[in-house]
Write a protein that binds this ligand. Structure first.
Ligand SMILES: Cc1cc2nc3c(=O)[nH]c(=O)nc-3n(C[C@H](O)[C@H](O)[C@H](O)COP(=O)(O)OP(=O)(O)OC[C@H]3O[C@@H](n4cnc5c(N)ncnc54)[C@H](O)[C@@H]3O)c2cc1C
Length: 388
């Protein structure tokens, strides 16, 4: 019988579930670091070898994902609405891995065994009951969201790479035909799995708004030693059939659009989701003014500048400022992208959309906030990696 949120609330009210005890217990077991996921996955694969095939050969990244998800769940355990939204997203997202309801029971049993193992003498019947109740809620919210999602869309899309273009030594552009057609919002991303890297899914943002022919454009930056980006930036990717997860992400224009002008800040392939937003703005009856800053380390990294300059020549509402952070021979703006943006004036009355490497995004957000831009005007997609 799936647990409901009201059941959860009632249980907490009746003091049958002790949130403080759960948090303290997790803080204690978390001190064991990587040993925790190592024990968990060993226990899971020994007891349920059939589950192993859902995971990649190398479990290194997977171990981090488990701990991140647990930290998020435990930190939100007493804000039920936020936790529910997170778990529903997780449940929908797990469909592409082939997760089904029976797997949740196996995972729950191994999670409890792991917590018991690392809790030592602190493991009491009451604590065991708290963790069991918490996991039952997590599992039931995730499976309910996955079931509802099955009615609406596939677990994953087949995506054929119909065109491949190398734009810079480390940036390639792919055009992919999804089957069936995919609906999404400009600024969103999908997880991609390449057949040469089974079970390794990485997020990439669509660089165009939905088109009549349904094609998706992706801008992929090669990360040194990166498992998936190396596969996707090789010419051998042409004609390959990829798997695409469902569209996710909130780097999207508000609906209806706020009416404020826009400031777009793109570092490297962070341009992709912002170019999709440009497509969307171009189709509006009354487009706002848009200033796009596009930065890279060197001029070679400004891999899409020709196409952006053509757009700026076509649309009077659009201004483009390219910038490079290294390389003194560039004729144009030089310096870190947040510095260049700040030099160009006061942006506090605009809505800002930023995407790209972590360091650039974090620094630019801090600068905008300290220059008076409100938090709800700032929208970000942090790609994770840093510029070399
Ligand atoms: C929502 C979202 C949208 C994205 N959209 C795009 C896009 O449109 N275009 C694009 O090029 N990339 C995008 N990315 C980044 C992309 O998902 C991958 O992280 C990137 O391609 C590296 O994957 P990989 O398998 O090649 O590297 P991995 O094998 O995962 O990592 C190889 C090495 O690269 C470094 N590294 C990789 N990821 C990180 C990280 N998160 N933090 C720190 N170091 C890291 C580490 O040194 C690591 O050892 C997006 C990321 C997110 C979260």
């Amino acid at each position: 019988m799936p647990r409901s949120l009201n059941w959860w609330r009632r249980r907490r009210k009746a003091r049958l579930l002790d949130v403080v005890r759960l948090r303290e217990s997790f803080a204690h077991v978390a001190t064991h670091g990587d040993e925790l996921p190592l024990f968990f996955y060993s226990d899971l694969f020994i007891k349920h070898p059939e589950v192993r095939e859902l995971f990649p050969v190398s479990m290194a990244a997977q171990r981090g994902h488990l701990v991140d998800a647990l930290v998020k769940i435990v930190s939100q355990v007493d804000s039920v609405n936020d936790l529910t939204a997170f778990l529903q997203g997780l449940g929908r997202d797990h469909r592409k891995f082939g997760a089904v309801a029976e797997h949740y029971d196996a995972v729950g049993a191994s999670l409890l065994a792991t917590l018991e193992h690392f809790s030592g003498s602190a493991w009491t019947p009451e604590l065991a009951a708290d963790w069991k109740a918490a996991y039952e809620l997590v599992g039931s919210v995730m499976t309910a969201a996955a079931r509802a999602d099955e009615e609406l869309r596939p677990a994953w899309w087949r995506g054929t790479v119909v065109a491949y273009e190398r734009r810079a030594f480390d940036v390639s552009v792919l055009f992919v035909r999804p089957e069936p057609r995919m609906d999404y919002l400009p600024g969103q991303s999908v997880a991609i799995e390449s057949p040469s890297r089974p079970k390794l899914w990485r997020y990439y943002s669509m660089a165009n708004a939905p088109r009549r022919d349904g094609l998706l454009e992706f801008h992929i930056r090669l990360i040194d030693g990166g498992a998936v980006s190396m596969a996707l930036t090789s010419a051998a990717i042409a004609d390959t059939e990829l798997r695409l997860g469902p569209p996710v992400g909130a780097l999207t224009l508000s609906d209806p659009v706020s009416g404020r002008d826009l400031l777009l800040i793109a570092g490297s392939t962070g341009l992709a989701p912002l170019k999709a937003i440009l497509d969307q703005v171009a189709a509006l009856e009354q487009p706002p003014r848009v200033h796009l800053f596009f930065g890279a380390r060197t001029a070679d990294g400004l891999y899409d500048l020709d196409s952006l300059e053509k757009m700026a020549a076509q649309y009077q509402w659009l201004t483009i400022t390219p910038a490079v952070s290294a390389g003194s021979r560039f004729v144009g703006e030089t310096g870190s992208l947040p510095d260049v943006v700040a030099r160009h004036g006061d942006w506090s009355t605009r809505d800002a959309y930023l995407a790209g490497p972590t360091e650039m995004v974090q620094e630019a957000v801090a600068r905008l906030a300290s220059a008076g831009m409100a938090q709800d005007q700032i929208h970000i997609e942090d790609f994770g990696w840093s510029e070399p």
